[in-house]
Design a binder for this molecule. Structure first.
Ligand SMILES: NC(=O)c1ccc[n+]([C@@H]2O[C@H](COP(=O)([O-])OP(=O)(O)OC[C@H]3O[C@@H](n4cnc5c(N)ncnc54)[C@H](OP(=O)(O)O)[C@@H]3O)[C@@H](O)[C@H]2O)c1
Length: 328
């Protein structure tokens, strides 16, 4: 089968097409014939060797993972409830830039037949992260939420979900004017540019000096530190990624929390394993919202698998509105 792999860290052009054997599922695993895989910012960090998570310990050659949607093509021993032909999705660290990928059956979610594969390729990871960070941040009706990178993969879904959950005001951050326009189009009431040195002041003004009740932060670094200071009394900040911080782990002083502020982290795997009932309810809810069209997944570009390097270049230029998707 065809796959995209890399044999050394580096620029997007280290990604190249390779012929690999079709992988066989082991106990507790299934194999998926890939219809679409969406490319996340984290994978560009993995390729550049700046991904800050401890579970990333690859051996070369590496085939990257992502949100994958397709049909089960083989089922390993000990797997129940999943059958060849089922349309499913999974969020995987490795192996998805390929025609076939093996994943843990426990991470598989059902994907409705009527959903377009590229659009559905936010369901298993990106969309669930957006829902999980809102749940973890306990967004209440009428509260003000600040969504960083609101035009990005996770961000544009989080804006829509916050709206569906009854947020009072949604403020986004985004870089280019086209991204700010897009973030407004998906439901943000106001959008500021977090590359501006005055972004926090702008958010403070937009909240009449009070600050947001909830901040969803996948950017990290200085943005996170300013966010903690910006939170309203009783406010929560959920940290879930470091797109702006690379290997720099942001530090928070407890002194910054004495205004009754809460800072927590989120990882999808921790949500699935640590709060399985909430996770399962989240999967069902997101699937319904996508199937009913209440939440729309924006596909910025659909590229054939062999153009994976171009997909990474797009993400590194911070040019994407929503998601970039590879089609094998
Ligand atoms: N916790 C989890 O389980 C989990 C799992 C997977 C991924 N993640 C994280 O979720 C976050 C969002 O992922 P995504 O794939 O949806 O990415 P994305 O939001 O589509 O892209 C990242 C965005 O971050 C913004 N950004 C701010 N500072 C940046 C910088 N210095 N360099 C590059 N970008 C910068 C850019 O938006 P602007 O140009 O608008 O500023 C960029 O487009 C990432 O941090 C990722 O690592 C978390």
């Amino acid at each position: 089968m065809r796959a995209i792999q890399f044999d050394r860290y580096g620029a997007p052009d280290v990604l190249h097409v390779a012929e690999r054997p079709v992988p066989e599922p082991g106990p507790g695993q299934v194999r998926i014939a890939v219809e679409a895989v969406s490319v996340g910012h984290a994978q560009t960090q993995m390729r550049r060797e700046v991904f800050p998570a401890p579970m990333w310990k690859p051996e070369f050659p590496v085939v990257l993972g992502g949100d994958v949607v397709g049909r089960i093509s083989a089922v390993g021993p000990d797997v129940t409830g999943l059958n060849p032909g089922d349309r499913v999705g999974a969020f995987t660290l490795y192996g998805a830039y390929a025609e076939q990928v093996v994943v843990d059956a426990a991470t598989v979610v059902p994907v409705p037949e009527e959903l377009d594969a590229a659009e559905a390729a936010v369901l298993p990871g990106t969309g669930l992260i957006a829902l999980g960070i809102l749940r973890t941040g306990q967004l209440a009706k009428d509260e003000t939420v600040l969504v960083h990178a609101a035009a990005g993969g996770v961000g544009h879904i989080a804006v829509q979900l916050a709206r569906a959950a009854g947020a009072g005001r949604i403020i986004g951050t985004a870089g280019e004017p086209a991204k700010r326009e897009f973030a407004r189009a998906v439901g943000a009431d106001a959008v500021v540019d977090h590359r501006s040195p005055h972004w926090a002041e702008e958010v403070r003004e937009l909240t009449e000096g009070r600050g947001p009740d909830l901040i969803l932060d996948g950017v990290g670094a200085e943005v996170l530190q300013q966010g903690v200071r910006l939170l309203a009394p009783g406010g929560r900040l959920v940290f879930y990624g470091s797109s702006g911080g690379e290997l720099e782990i942001p530090r928070v002083s407890v002194m910054d929390l004495i205004g009754i502020k809460y800072v927590t982290g989120f990882a999808l795997s921790a949500w699935r394993l640590g709060r399985p009932h909430e996770y399962a309810a989240g999967v069902a809810e997101l699937t319904r919202l996508l199937a009913e069209g209440q939440v729309k997944s924006a596909v910025h570009a659909r590229l054939p698998l062999e153009r994976a390097a171009e997909a990474h270049t797009l993400l590194e230029a911070r040019a994407q509105l929503g998601r970039v998707v590879l089609i094998p």
